[in-house]
Design a protein around this ligand. Structure first.
Ligand code: UFG
Length: 370
């Protein structure tokens, strides 16, 4: 599937599309300046060329869509092991392939930056099959970094996770909290964070790791295409509750004896579109020789029971729930401090839990109507 990249004209100087557009153009201009060793005239702008790995998946797809809408030239590299070809956003160029075999060709010699999402991401699966996670998440990223060095690509934004922190000593969790992952998934992502710090120091790459908390919601691209969670086996709370709502089956609540106000786990949910906006800001914050790390959440925790109640309220459905044993590896409370990215990059979450469920529900309904 290949489609033409469209360069959008910003609607108004105050629109967010304009902010991203300008950011991207400036990025390219400054890169041109570095390459030529000359001062770049302010009007010497060109389209930024970006590679999005894992852009046929949930978060990578939404970020790729927003990048394309902001006027960047976006290539998606995805091996479709968990992604879907029809989820690659319109306005991007799709290359089916792997990090190990195809990253170098996908980068060519004129890619400005990479946004790296391609990874396995199920905590439970990683406990049962750690080798799959080390091989793909760390091994695949090392291959990508090799390709970066060979092609002269200098900037990377990495999809990291709150799972690097494990069971927190205190909440909200800041970036300086101890990193003690409780799963091979979290450990493999932490290993990549460490690798990026080293590559920034040794090779002068500019890198940003974004540590996501619980991502939810869906995004309707400018093309009308709905992009949302489409895992073959869904394990995440909100899409599972909504799927159960469609079929009338009960949602199982895993663990009701946690040391939390209502006994169920508490999580910090962030809308996928807010998360995507953070990636566009992170792109502009990649600085040669530096590795930055930012947490991304809303700073507010919701219990599993509260999430189920919110899903009932949004859908108007009486979704039945039943209590079930704890799920292995679930920390009781995970809530982010996103103060650092707010202060340093000016990011803020514009959407709340209701918006996330509302959009996820629209996506679920749009899919079921297909
Ligand atoms: N849950 C249920 N029933 C379900 C599904 C989930 O009770 O059918 C519960 C879980 O036990 C947990 C909460 O809902 O208490 C959230 O579970 P999710 O599977 O939606 O999300 P996780 O918190 O396990 O994991 C997510 C990402 C990870 C990331 C982590 C960091 O999937 O990649 O957030 O916060 F590492």
């Amino acid at each position: 599937m290949t489609s033409q990249t469209t360069l959008l004209t910003p609607r108004s100087p105050t629109s967010s599309a304009y902010a991203y557009f300008s950011l991207g153009m400036l990025l390219a201009a400054s890169l041109d300046g570095v390459r030529s060793g000359q001062r770049v005239p302010a009007d010497h702008w060109r389209t930024v060329k970006l590679l999005v790995t894992g852009g046929a998946g949930y978060i990578g797809g939404v970020v790729a869509a927003k990048l394309a809408e902001a006027g960047h030239a976006v290539t998606v590299l995805d091996d479709l092991s968990t992604g879907h070809a029809d989820a690659v956003p319109a306005g991007t160029t799709f290359l089916p392939g792997s990090l190990r075999d195809d990253a170098k060709a996908a980068l060519g010699n004129d890619t400005d930056a990479i946004l790296h999402f391609a990874a396995h991401s199920l905590v439970g699966e990683s406990v049962g099959n750690p080798a799959k996670y080390w091989s793909n998440n760390l091994g695949g990223t090392l291959a990508l970094l090799d390709a970066m060095l060979q092609t002269g690509t200098r900037k990377i934004v990495f999809s990291s996770t709150a799972a690097v922190y494990g069971e927190p000593e205190s909440v909200p969790i800041t970036e300086t909290a101890p990193t003690r992952p409780t799963s091979p998934y979290g450990a493999s992502k932490l290993a990549v964070d460490t690798t990026l710090a080293e590559y920034a120091r040794m090779h002068g790459l500019g890198a940003v790791s974004l540590r996501y908390f619980n991502v939810a919601g869906a995004y309707q691209a400018a093309s009308g295409q709905w992009l949302g969670e489409r895992h073959d086996t869904e394990t995440h709370l909100i899409p599972t509750v909504l799927q159960r709502g469609m079929t009338g089956k009960a949602i199982q609540i895993f663990g009701t004896d946690y040391p939390t106000p209502d006994g169920t786990c508490v999580r910090d949910y962030i809308h996928v579109a807010d998360l995507a906006d953070a990636h566009l800001l992170a792109l502009g914050a990649c600085e040669a020789g530096r590795h930055r790390v930012y947490n991304l959440g809303n700073g507010t925790g919701f219990s599993n029971r509260e999430v189920v109640d919110a899903c009932r309220s949004v859908t108007g459905l009486d979704i039945p729930a039943e209590e079930a044993p704890r799920r292995a590896g679930d920390p009781a409370v995970l809530v982010a401090s996103s103060a650092l990215i707010r202060v340093e990059l000016g990011w803020h979450a514009a959407r709340d839990l209701r918006d996330m469920i509302d959009d996820a529900w629209r996506f679920t309904q749009a899919r079921s109507a297909q």
